[in-house]
Ligand binder design. Structure first.
Ligand code: TXA
Ligand code: MG
Length: 321
């Protein structure tokens, strides 16, 4: 049975007890909902993969209270410390070599010599980490291959009966997952574009972020169809075909749609932050309405547009399973 509860103090205390006993708790972060387990218990972490129907053991993010807790798990070089100072708590994940004596279990790292750490900004996530007193391993709280959840109702759709508790903290603010930067090679690498724009990170680093050399190996969770909804997406559409719905941006397609066509706009005013926040909820809405074909308007590749386009390209890729 899955308990769904508004995330008040009593519910957070109960959630921490569930985690301590090896259970699973879905909780809001400022990006998307996470499916959490005590990162120090391999059994509990294994249940995450089971609940998500994940075909393989992809490495997970360890959510920590603060920089000090992160440094117990990862060896953070100078540039990583600078990013942490600028963006933590917040939607930045740092991948770095694992620290000797770190508490995060092997399974969270999928056996890699590196670990992904992030100090989330959401007060409910922070309260839960504080109450547990250990890092929380948490991928996005969706079934494998589905889009990431931004409300407790989305989590319940995918994971009801598979998790012990869902903490309801309303809709998440960013709507896109955290930006992941790796410090395992010589220079910092952008493993996943996300809620913090590349430009903002490069400004703090004082250098450009490199592209991953072998995406599949560095971030195995990022297979092309990772974010796929059921609907077929046609990107960079200039017009609507017969029978297509539209995922619009800045009201580009709405003007050309036939009366009665179903149009959702990521941001009628053309704001990329608003578009990021709406992305996954809109994709789910097409599926809820059993819409088969969606034309997607052009979205500029600057700022958060890079992460939005990354997710849309994955969502439009042929399904692998
Ligand atoms: O915003 C977020 O980051 C959300 C919330 C819940 O915090 N979490 C999230 O987790 O998106 P998940 O598991 O869906 O994505 C984690 C990504 C995966 O692509 C994984 O491959 C990568 O992080 N990752 C984790 N540890 C890694 C490591 N040691 N080396 C390379 N990639 C790693
Ligand atoms: Mg995910």
């Amino acid at each position: 049975m899955t308990i769904v509860a508004p995330a008040d103090a009593a519910a957070i205390a109960r959630a921490a007890t569930i985690l301590r006993e090896g259970g699973l708790v879905a909780f809001p972060t400022e990006t998307v909902y996470g499916l959490g387990a005590d990162a120090t218990q391999a059994w509990a972490v294994a249940r995450i993969y089971d609940a998500k129907d994940r075909p393989s053991f992809n490495p997970l993010i360890a959510h920590v209270a603060d920089l000090e807790a992160a440094r117990r798990e990862a060896i953070l070089p100078e540039l990583a410390l600078r990013l942490a100072a600028a963006f933590w708590p917040g939607p930045l994940t740092i991948v770095a070599p694992v620290a000797p004596g770190g508490a995060v279990c092997d399974l969270v790292r999928a056996g890699l010599p590196s670990v992904a750490v992030r100090a989330p900004a959401h007060p409910i996530a922070q309260a839960l980490i504080a109450a547990l007193g250990r890092p929380i391993a948490a991928p996005s709280a969706n079934r494998s291959g589905h889009v990431s959840p931004v409300t407790a109702a989305h989590v319940a759709e995918d994971l009801s009966g598979r998790v012990d508790m869902i903490l309801d903290g309303g809709r998440t603010a960013a709507g896109l997952e955290s930006t992941i930067v790796s410090f395992c090679e010589g220079s910092p690498i952008l493993l996943r574009p996300g809620a913090i724009a590349r430009e903002a990170i490069e400004k703090i680093l004082g250098e450009k972020l490199a592209a991953p050399a072998h995406t599949e190996i560095l971030a195995p969770g990022m297979t092309p169809s990772h974010y796929a909804p059921a609907a077929r997406l046609r990107l960079e559409a200039l017009d609507l075909n017969e029978g297509e719905a539209a995922l619009d941006f800045g009201a580009r397609l709405a003007a050309r749609a036939k009366p009665g066509a179903f149009v959702l706009d990521l941001s009628p005013s053309g704001d990329l932050v608003e578009a990021a926040a709406n992305l996954f909820a809109h994709l789910r809405e097409f599926d809820a309405r059993q819409i088969a074909n969606v034309a997607v308007a052009h979205i500029p590749e600057r700022g958060l547009g890079e992460a939005i386009n990354d997710r849309l390209r994955r969502a439009s890729a042929p399904k692998l399973n």
